[in-house]
Design a protein around this ligand. Structure first.
Ligand code: ADP
Ligand code: MG
Length: 260
């Protein structure tokens, strides 16, 4: 007889990296009578970069928010590292440590410096050692190319700089995957590039990423898979070269011809 082992107390403790890091199966979500997600299924493996594109209102933000349980789903399943995200018993804090998220609106605390913004969650939520967190926050600001801006307040930074603080803030939780929801959409064109450089560096380091983006050139360059969503379904997906040069579905073709 095998000795009985206790259930692993760590969320996702049974997950191994050969299994999908994120797995969506037939996800449905309605707001009132309006079905925003109508059966979405896909997997993201560790180290993979997935770009989601699609018209405004097609459910991209809702999809991203469902993955870290900001929005509840009505049916289907979402697993992160083997853990059901919408299990009422799930430790949401543990989930959000694993799944970093950056939004179009960076939502930094305006009365805190860049450094304080990056330190806040590890110190106040995770109760980590302040000196260690501060050291790491300096390193993270350096990583997003903001050395020297530690003591600047958000209002003193450009949109692109603020967005990079928001990325550093998400990284401070040491996530296993980063979700980016149109993070450059609100930026001046000249600061878009610096944010994309930061994301590209994360990708090069092997970070698993899901990005909703309208930067098609960037998606083509960094994505392993591109998904096109329309009205709550995935219309088609593929490796970027094939996807962009020979889209199969009429809706994808129409969308790409408008945007490219
Ligand atoms: P996208 O990011 O692709 O533009 P969203 O996921 O933001 O699309 O929105 C999809 C649809 O769901 C839109 O019609 C939007 O108005 C609606 N929607 C999103 N969030 C809510 C909400 N909290 N309550 C009601 N309707 C919502
Ligand atoms: Mg959106």
């Amino acid at each position: 007889m095998q000795p009985t082992t206790k259930a692993d107390p760590t969320p996702g403790g049974l997950w191994t990296p050969d299994k999908p890091l994120i797995q969506l199966t037939d996800v449905h979500k309605s707001f009132g009578a309006f079905e925003v997600l109508r059966g979405i299924s896909f997997d993201v493996m560790k180290g993979e970069v997935v770009c989601i594109i699609g018209p405004s209102g097609s459910g991209k933000s809702t999809l991203i928010r469902c993955i870290n349980a900001l929005v509840p789903i009505d049916a289907g399943s979402i697993q992160v590292e083997g853990q059901e995200v919408h299990d009422p018993k799930l430790d949401k804090l543990a989930l959000r440590r694993k799944v970093g998220m950056v939004f179009q609106q960076y939502n930094l605390f305006p009365h805190r410096t860049a450094l304080q913004n990056v330190m806040m969650a590890p110190v106040h939520v995770l109760r980590q050692d302040r000196d260690e967190v501060e050291q790491r926050a300096h390193a993270l600001l350096k990583k997003v190319r903001l050395s020297g801006k530690e003591n600047a307040y958000p209002g003193e930074l450009s949109g692109g700089q603020q967005q990079r603080v928001a990325i550093a803030r998400a990284l401070a939780m040491r996530p296993d995957v980063m979700l980016f929801d149109e993070v450059t959409a609100a930026l001046d064109p000249e600061t878009v590039k610096e944010v994309l450089i930061t994301i590209r560096e994360l990708v090069e380091e092997g970070m698993t990423c899901m990005l909703v983006t309208h930067e098609m050139g960037f998606a083509r360059e960094i994505a392993d898979q591109v998904y096109f969503t329309d009205r709550g379904v995935i219309v088609e997906h593929g490796a970027p070269d094939e996807f962009f040069s020979a889209p199969k579905d009429e809706r994808t073709q129409a969308f790409l011809s408008q945007i490219l």
